[in-house]
Ligand binder design. Structure first.
Ligand code: P6P
Length: 339
């Protein structure tokens, strides 16, 4: 194992960065890593076992749940329950938050918000999907944690990460001191440090947006798309359009190559489609820690005050210069609408 640094070794090593740390956050990250390996095993053999397709149920988002959505949700809640470091799980796949009411967990100090399997509609066609998670410290000091412990601004996150189940499986996370990426080595069953200190290029030439919704985009987004398509060699335009339909995969590629991912308001999603607590806040924390930026077109994502569990928001996230240009066009052509 010379030269290999596993996720577990890295977490323990970095624990020393936090004088208050007594190991709970380290164990919580370990628990998430274990569940991710179990989900990875099922994602990788989807098609060989009866885990593809629809579960025949609909989540609170009104989205048909895939069998793997349910499986992933169950695995992460189970790992967090048995790990004992989390007192509440807020997940895309449950209508309400899930109190972890075991003798050990109910006094645990951490809250986890999670999208267990983002982009799962891509599973049946073998396209990369992901898990997104966000970790907060509970605000209440005793008794059962409540929704008030969950509804915290993104600036309050103590950690955030994602797992991308793609050509290889990676776990990328931050605890507020930079971003590090770990690639799963199936031969030893460990996530191994492969992308230390990840930095997002300050500019890029990839834009990721579902242009099928163009007609209903805010005027500022339409102007940005046309800006991206102008031929101007000096500014490396026209940009390249890359949209996978899996937020984790699109943002992971843009984190490495530079780029911008935009999911604005549309006719079917007048408040934006992506969820603040377990998609936008964690991805915004990670991208900011890597040197990028994330807003709703007007306001920093991490400063948005959550008022409900499955609250949605527009998101403009990626390379600083690209997001700023898109924000300039939103300011010039689109008035902010906050319901
Ligand atoms: P659309 C997947 O459902 C997701 O939440 C993101 O991962 C993805 O980027 C987006 O929605 C795709 O949405 O409307 O373009 O299919």
């Amino acid at each position: 194992m010379s030269g290999i640094k596993t996720l577990g070794q890295f977490i323990i090593e970095k624990q020393a960065d936090f004088s208050y740390a007594k190991g709970e956050l380290s164990r919580l990250l370990r628990d998430i890593g274990i569940a991710a390996k179990i989900v990875n095993r099922e994602v990788n053999k989807a098609g060989l076992v009866d885990i593809l397709g629809d579960a025949g149920t609909v989540n609170i988002q009104g989205e048909g749940q895939k069998k793997l959505d349910i499986f992933a949700n169950t695995q992460f809640i189970s790992a967090l329950t048995s790990g004992g470091e989390c007192c509440i799980v807020a997940t895309e796949e449950e209508d309400d938050f899930v109190p972890i009411d075991s003798p050990v967990s109910k006094n645990a100090k951490y809250i986890v918000c999670i999208d267990p399997l983002d982009g799962s509609s891509n599973i049946d066609v073998n396209v990369a999907v992901g898990t997104i998670f966000s970790i907060y410290r509970r605000k209440s000091v005793e008794g059962m944690a409540t929704l008030d412990d969950v509804l915290q601004k993104g600036t309050e996150q103590v950690a955030a990460g994602y797992v991308i189940y793609g050509s290889s499986t990676m776990l990328v996370y931050t605890t507020g001191k930079g971003v590090n990426g770990f690639t799963l080595d199936p031969s030893i069953g460990e996530f191994c440090l492969s992308h230390p200190d990840m930095k997002m290029p300050s500019d890029g030439s990839i834009y990721s947006i579902n242009e099928g919704n163009y007609v209903h985009f805010p005027e500022g987004v339409k102007k940005y798309i046309k800006y991206a398509q102008v031929h101007d060699a000096a500014s490396n335009r026209p940009y390249t359009s890359r949209y996978i339909g899996s937020m984790v995969a699109d943002i992971h590629r843009n984190l490495i190559k530079g780029g911008i991912y935009i999911y604005p308001t549309t006719a079917s999603s007048p408040n934006g489609k992506l969820r603040l607590l377990y998609e936008c806040n964690p991805m915004a924390f990670i991208i900011e820690q890597a040197g990028g930026t994330a807003s709703d077109g007007f306001k920093r994502i991490l400063d948005i005050e959550p008022v409900e569990l499955h609250q949605r928001t527009s998101i403009f996230i990626g390379s600083e210069k690209m997001v700023r240009m898109a924000e300039e066009m939103m300011a010039k052509y689109t008035a902010p609408v906050y319901n």
